[in-house]
Design a protein around this ligand. Sequence first.
Ligand code: WT7
Length: 632
Amino acid sequence: MWLNIKSFEEYKDVYRQSEEDRKKFWEHEAGTFYWRESWDKVHSGGFENGDIKWFEGGKLNITENALDRHLNTIGHKTAFIFEPNHPDSFRRTITYRQLYEDVCRFANVLESKGVEKGDRVCIYMAMTPELIISALACARIGAVHSIVFAGFSAQSLAERIQDCDAKMLITNDGLRRGDKHVPLKDISDEALEECPTVKNVIVCQRTNRDIDWVEGRDEWWHMLIRNASKKHTAVEMDAEDPLFILYTSGSTGKPKGVLHTCGGYMVYTSYTFRNVFQVSEEDIYWCTADAGWITGHSYIIYGPLFNGATGIIFEGVPTYPDAGRFWEVVEKYEVTHFYTAPTAIRALMSYDLDFVKKYDLSSLKVLGSVGEPINEEAWHWYHDHVGGGKCPIVDTWWQTETGGIMISPLAGITPTKPGFATLPLPGITPVLMDENGKEIGGNGVSGNLCIKHPWPGIARTVWGDHERYLQTYMSSYKGYYFTGDGCRRDEEGYYRITGRVDDVLNVSGHRLGTAEIENAIDEHPNVVETAIVGYPHDIKGESIFAFIICEDQPKNKEDFKKEIHKLVTKIIGPIAKPEKIQIVAGLPKTRSGKIMRRVLRKIAANDLENLGDTSTLLDPSVVDEIKEGEAF
Ligand code: WT7
């Protein structure tokens, strides 16, 4: 009765029912999966104590629901089409049965290397089918996968491996992204110098370049799977057993290992995928994300596989070999559902429209957007030129921590409005909070976005630091989950996400913490202190501005900037490089020593008239000095 919402009336009806009895609603959805044993309790715990559980006592293996369950019905259906970085390279399709066999083979390999239920395995790979096979093989044997985006530096990789004490690393010799080559094995070797817990490294061949080899530690993927059996009995998991860790930036300290568990994540990603995208059997669904981010986890790997969809694994970038790459792929595979980030749309908008017009995009039925607010101009360009004016756009708001989509139109069902994520999915209760921590009722209001009741897909903890989990999400508003986002609810009750209200930046849809970047820059011998803020950027959405206090005035500013870029690239990765730097004598600090970032944000945005109240600053004159300075 609740499985597939087909009309706006039905949506409203189902939403109301879900509010009346949340447990019944999610229990019904959970009942559509294959469980080896049913749960004892649908749900327990809450935001007060941060002890949320769903389907506790239920026994399952998530890969039996993604793969085994489909073998007799759609075993010959294509699960994935692999589109390589270069359009002329080898492409292939993988059926559900082949994927199942590949996952079983690799699960046997992992077990033969001594990986056991509960062990952590780090995956640092190119966006190829083997990345997905690796993750699913972990899930099959009950190991916890931790995928690290293959754009992060050796130091970031090492930090993540150390944080979760991973036992094994799976990587490639290298990868090509656009015209760039990334030496993944070299980077891994460097990272592993600091990671004594990693006993085995499995290397999957991709670029065939020369690499160093550590005997006894490193082994080739293709050698290991050669004799592995294509049958594997999945390990039984409890619904609340860990499935994966994914690191994401917060406003303070090092990245957090967000932990998702098996049962609730399965139910939530499956339900949201089906209802938001309205994918049907013969559709071709393409999410352009990398599996190194949550979007890839939930809406390339898990959500689509539970539903037996055909997805595309894309190794490339939007502008290589040229700015028509996305549309060439859409035409080639007759893609029906296309899900990307506003930053990609804005980047492509800056090229000649002929790159779009050249291709037949008539197969498209639904367009999706994720990762950051989509501005109206980009929304219209996407709608008119890509969707030919006929495809609904689903602007999906969610987070690494939410596991799946939370506020979004249902494609073709919810009336859309440019810039609005529109309405919450059934089972989700968004609320806006005022500065006194009280819920703001009614419409035509703005506040900080919280969620009132737990849902199955919410992260259960921060790996190794439950206190930080409670502190970050459950302490700002007692009894609520705090998202870190600001939000407006318009006269019609539609939600529009206005952006982060904490010290988290969103650069080209990538989440970065100001503290992380500051700490990296502070490593420079000539740097005394740094303050990072974001400022509006036409393509990236937000770009990085660094205010730096130097020990000695750098002799050559351009050289200094290069050094800072090199340092940040080494410590975090190239995405965290500040676009603008200004050397300052002091930073605006309150009497308690906190940097007043709102003032710096205004200066970075060149909005010098509206700096707001600066009377609580320890030394208001620093602001005048900064205003007069120049960025480079
Ligand atoms: C933050 C979460 C969810 C997958 C990718 C990002 C921003 C995300 C939207 C949207 C406006 C959005 C929020 C959120 N965000 N989607 N549709 N409209 N803002 O996951 O890296 O965990 O980042 O991305 O600020 O808090 P993430």
